[in-house]
Design a binder for this molecule. Structure first.
Ligand code: SAM
Length: 334
């Protein structure tokens, strides 16, 4: 992962300033506090570098029941409950499942379905519990732009997304006839502990995201998608082979490439560019990832000027098409 070469203090400071500031005042305060707290830094440094991630620590502290107060209360809780928190950090990974990301995928998904004249067969790599596999079951409120609702309605509050530039907003939701995911550790929307972990990963001020998560997991429970356990590079081709031939396959991913090493990203990118260029079987690739994950991958993944602002980049078949809010809260068409 990018960032492992930084000190833990610098990592937490960067997280506070780049990811949390203006988005979660509490995580900003906690991570700024951690970056100056030798005792807490020493606890974190007793873990392997990949397990020192701010989001993992914050989620584990929440899972253990940390009070949502100032830094003094936070640090005294995490020091007092360190063994429990350490266990969570050693056994769980950050698997935040954010249905809101469907709002930034939807314009491309709808354009692909319209362009190919076929319904969609969705394959999400790094699917977590599968909440992003249901873009056809959610309602959307683009601003400026249309409000879109499935004919049957949606139990999930509309996904709000602010729009900049000429985003090709659809007038109707695309049909999805098949959906499947791959994950190293698929989470079970029907398992109480998995649901509690997913809730602990939602940032504390984001009550609307927690509410959305609970409702989206209800959608998943009602119609559980096929979730294959394993590495995306190993499982992708067999899974594509299982997709129905009367639908257009879209392979997509969101906040996943950061978990792969440079070689894994390169292998995946090469596979996807080859599949997307195959004229015998139309297949599309949508990548929605943080800017740093493009580093170390030479070739077709374009960099976007000014992308280091915490926003993600949306790419269609290896070409950057939009910058987005990482949880799907905004989209700026390029
Ligand atoms: C941050 S979560 C994002 C989940 C979902 N894509 C979303 O946007 O809501 C990243 C997911 O990728 C999975 N993952 C990481 N590396 C993977 C790999 N090599 N193969 C399959 N899944 C992987 C993790 O287990 C985790 O569930």
């Amino acid at each position: 992962m990018s960032g492992t070469e930084m000190t833990t203090s610098a990592r937490y400071r960067r997280f506070a300033e780049t990811d949390a500031r203006g988005y979660s005042p509490l995580y900003d305060e906690w991570c700024t506090g951690v970056s100056d707290d030798d005792e807490v830094l020493a606890l974190l440094d007793s873990l392997p570098p990949a397990r020192r991630q701010p989001v993992l620590f914050l989620g584990a502290a929440r899972f253990a029941g940390v009070p949502l107060g100032g830094y003094r209360a936070f640090r005294s809780f995490v020091v007092g409950h360190w063994e429990e928190i350490r266990h969570v950090m050693e056994t769980r990974t950050t698997q935040t499942n954010e249905a809101g990301r469907c709002a930034v995928l939807l314009p491309s998904l709808a354009a692909i379905s319209t362009g190919e004249g076929r319904p969609l067969a969705l394959i999400e790599v790094g699917a977590s519990a599968g909440a992003c596999l249901f873009p056809d079951r959610y309602a959307y409120a683009y601003s400026p732009g249309p409000t879109l609702t499935p004919a049957a309605g949606s139990p999930v509050p509309p996904l709000a997304c602010s729009v900049t530039g000429a985003v090709p907003l659809p007038s109707a939701l695309p049909a999805v006839t098949w959906r499947a995911g791959i994950d190293l550790n698929p989470l079970d929307a029907g398992d109480a502990d998995d649901v509690r972990w997913l809730e602990a990963l939602v940032w504390p001020e984001h009550g609307f995201r927690a509410e959305r998560l609970r409702a989206a997991l209800g959608v998943v429970r009602e119609d559980p998608p096929l979730l294959v356990r394993g590495d995306l590079n190993e499982q992708l081709l067999p899974l594509i082979g299982r997709a129905p031939s009367d639908a257009v396959v879209v392979v997509f991913h969101s906040a996943v490439l950061a978990y792969l090493d440079a070689e894994g990203r390169q292998r995946f990118r090469d596979t996807m560019l080859r599949l997307a260029a195959d004229r015998d079987r139309p297949l599309h690739w949508l990548s929605h990832e943080g800017a740093g994950t493009l580093d170390g991958v030479p070739g077709a993944l374009e960099r976007v000027a000014g992308e280091e602002d915490g926003r993600f980049v949306l790419q269609h078949n290896g070409r950057s098409v939009a910058r987005t809010g990482p949880h799907g809260q905004s989209i700026e068409w390029l």
